[in-house]
Design a protein around this ligand. Sequence first.
Ligand SMILES: [Zn+2]
Length: 351
Amino acid sequence: MAHAIQTRSKLPLTAAGMTEPPAPGEFIEAAPGVLWMRFPLPFQLDHVNVYLIEDGDGFALLDTGIGNDATKEIWESAFANALKGIRLTRLIVSHHHPDHMGLAGWMCEKFDIPVHMTLAEFLTGKYLCSGPYADKGHFYSDFYRLHGTTEDQAEAVSGRGLAYLKIVTGLPDSFNSLDPARGLVLGGRRFEVLTGGGHSVDQAMLYCREEKLFLACDQIIERISPNVSVHAMEPNADPLGTFIRSLTDIKGVVAEDALTLSGHRLPIAAPHKRADELIEHHHQRCDQVMEIVGAGTKTAAEITPVLFRRELDAHQFSFAFSEALAHLNLLVEQGRLTWEEENGVQRVRAA
Ligand SMILES: [Zn+2]
């Protein structure tokens, strides 16, 4: 296809050799016609990967980076240099988290392109962009107090509803649904659409069976375990159970040696092995929680620092707390723990 970037028609589809990420504003052709770019993030996890996938005479963009000025500047510079002359055909957003969806509104308007998302991710993104809790921080802080945090920890999260709005640029009012029943054709490739919960509500992944090429987004990541969290919006959710089922489902579809490109870190050569490691990690965490609870009772806030032994700032504490709670909700779902309430605080006890 004729476009400004000379892509190679054949590349060995392997993660070997991709041991260094692309520099900001540059790309690495990770698979034929699949350009891997990386953007900085202002968090401890300091980067996010996005991909441009050849789509006729242009490229479909998978994820945008976070919605801040630094990311916009890198995009502007990339479009003036490494990506000069290319046309974006559409935006695919894997999930509504700000590091992936942050510049969706900006991109769709700037390039007049449609967005493709799963229905659940689109509606969740739209919902959060409407600022539902902007004027009632106690919605978050009450949830923390219920699980035994200190007043300081509870207060630290009361601005969370506003924090999201500061690092996203909204979504268009209409969208195209990413639907596993329909798949997605990009250029000469037919992708199967896989969806899975746990890390987000219904994250989209793309798999090209003929080429054994898997865009796993944040569901399977090299070396780090994707955050799995219970939030105030759905306090009794079981995202960890959902996440483990999703990893098992992925193994049923994706080849064990598929080249796997993720939303963070480096490409993966053996996605089944990585999925098994993630499942095993969470099983070990569940056993650890059972040990911490022992014969007594514990709150989620008491379990968090024992489960996550490193020093946690307020932002990291909220992730760790929500992930500890995900383990508690799964153990309650499995009948290994039960909830009891004491003085307005929820505690778990071995069943
Ligand atoms: Zn992410």
